[in-house]
Design a protein. Structure first.
Length: 309
């Protein structure tokens, strides 16, 4: 499998981490989950992201999961592994082990203790040094990290760290960052790197029209993201917007802070991607009213897709 590089595009689905009802890592569900994502048209998979419950895994479990997914993918699409950690030693170890297992690259978010622009740039310069030739995606998700990275900071990082080949764009609001990154590369001030949007694809049509290359996020219906990216690539902007509108109620509902992953896993289990919707504790549980909402929304979703046909 080729290494991750600046030309990456399409949909890199943030995979959930399956657990059994008693909280054990469900390696048996990895194969069905991988086939579900690939059947939906995913161009790549990203593991151990914010909604991959990475902090709930031990180091051994993280590597076990990575190896299981890479084996199930069998070289069909690139696999990126989230290795974010306040400590560079732990970050580098998981990165090296993931690459040895067959990953195409890694993803790194800034630790929460960074406060100044210089601290942020210096941190990623150190990340580049400890990773060596391992390519990485920079995750810009201030909602989870508390670290605000301005456009000038991102441009400084891209100039200083050549192995940063992708920006996982999740600032909110942050669409103007995409414009700024693309304008800077067009002026020759920095490399053109891959930009993939996050935030549950809530802004995917706008991100694509601003110059992003696709999506790197999770959603219980990954075929929606794939369809939107393909429609945009074909120049059919009306089809892109119609498809987005059809799925928006479900995407909006799934993006509720705290409990959204429980909704996603519930639907993925219903769709046969994973055996159990369980989150590893601590984690929220759905109420009867939550389940009723999901049922109503999915029923309406089925009707909307029939109308589009």
């Amino acid at each position: 499998m080729a290494l991750l590089n600046e030309t990456a595009r399409g949909v890199y689905v943030i995979a959930v981490t399956p657990f059994t009802a008693d909280g054990a890592l469900d390696v048996a569900s990895v194969a069905t989950m991988v086939e579900f994502y690939l059947d939906a048209g995913a161009d790549g998979l990203t593991l151990l992201g914010v909604l991959g419950e990475a902090p709930k895994l031990t180091a051994d479990e993280s590597l076990e999961f990575v190896r299981a997914v890479v084996a199930a993918v069998a070289g069909r699409v690139p696999v990126i592994v989230g290795v974010s950690s306040p400590g560079l030693a732990a970050l580098a170890q998981l990165a090296r082990e993931s690459m040895a297992a067959g990953a195409a690259g890694v993803m790194v978010a800034p630790p929460h203790m960074l406060r100044t622009d210089d601290q942020i740039v210096d941190y990623f310069r150190l990340v580049g040094e400890v990773l060596g030739d391992i390519p990485f995606a920079l995750q810009d998700h201030p909602q989870s990290t508390g670290v605000q990275m301005s456009l000038p900071v991102l441009l400084r990082i891209l100039k200083a760290v050549p192995t940063c080949v992708m920006i996982k764009h999740e600032d909110w609001p942050g669409l103007n960052k995409i414009n700024g990154l693309r304008a800077a590369s067009e002026r020759g001030e920095t490399r053109r790197v891959s930009i993939l949007g996050g935030n549950g694809a809530l802004f995917l049509p706008e991100e694509l029209e601003r110059g992003s290359d696709g999506a790197m996020t999770g959603f219980a219906y990954p075929e929606m993201m794939v369809g939107i990216c393909r429609a945009h690539a074909a120049g059919d902007l009306q089809a892109m917007r119609d498809l987005f509108d059809a799925y928006l109620p479900l995407a909006r509902y799934e993006q509720q802070p705290g409990i959204g992953l429980a909704f996603r896993k519930h639907i993925l289990a219903q769709r046969g991607a994973i055996a159990s919707p369980a989150l590893r504790q601590p984690g929220p549980k759905l109420s009867a009213s939550d389940v009723a909402d999901i049922s109503r929304l999915t029923d309406r979703q089925t009707q909307r897709l029939k109308e589009l046909d």
